[in-house]
Write a protein that binds this ligand. Sequence first.
Ligand SMILES: C[S@@+](CC[C@H](N)C(=O)[O-])C[C@H]1O[C@@H](n2cnc3c(N)ncnc32)[C@H](O)[C@@H]1O
Length: 222
Amino acid sequence: MNRITATADGSNTLYNEKIGEHYHSKHGALQESKHVFINAGLKHAVALFPEQEINVLEVGFGTGLNFLMSAAYCKEENICLQYTGLEAFPLRSEELASTEYDKYVSNDIWSGLIDNYGKAMQQSACILPKQQLRIVHTYLSRFDTMDRFQLIYYDAFSVQHQPEMWTDEIIAHVCQFLQPGGIFVTYAITGNLKRALKSVGFTIEKLPGAAGKREMLRAIKQ
Ligand SMILES: C[S@@+](CC[C@H](N)C(=O)[O-])C[C@H]1O[C@@H](n2cnc3c(N)ncnc32)[C@H](O)[C@@H]1O
């Protein structure tokens, strides 16, 4: 069961009672999404891959907040967005709607997600003319693809609540889907995660964390 709750910046999140954790930071769902995934991730990737086309893999699609923020940024910058979200336990579309994230994006992006949510889970759905979304209903460990992404948003529940999402094996597994020079970003930073990424050829950057966290991690595949 998921319960809707407000976070410190006024934006909502869900609390997953089974896992015992919120989907986003209690210090601000919206600020976390923008700080970690858009500012440290997407904007950096757009600077490194200036083809005006970006291919994102998100682990833990959840409420779609990171997708919505990415779609808004790409629309504003006229960038073509190919977005693949992995989700083991997809939310119902009513749960997505209950987040009220329509406050933070234009109508076409919001209705593009809500109206095409089911379709995006069956095949790729066109959200805006230059934006495609595919949601793959799978455990990360079972995911495989020939696609190679420029950017990975790693937004799993924390190591305290889902340690299996932070093992060396699962990190190596997800990183194989990144292109050389591609970027991996996440809200967390631990010694184990840094070692796991270094062992599969990444350089690590420690960046200031979103509100409530001292640091976050960005890593580049060599
Ligand atoms: C921290 S929440 C993600 C929040 C999400 N990015 C958002 O903006 O709402 C973690 C997500 O990972 C999903 N998840 C848990 N185990 C998973 C697995 N093994 N593979 C893929 N997704 C998983 C959860 O169902 C949840 O939606």
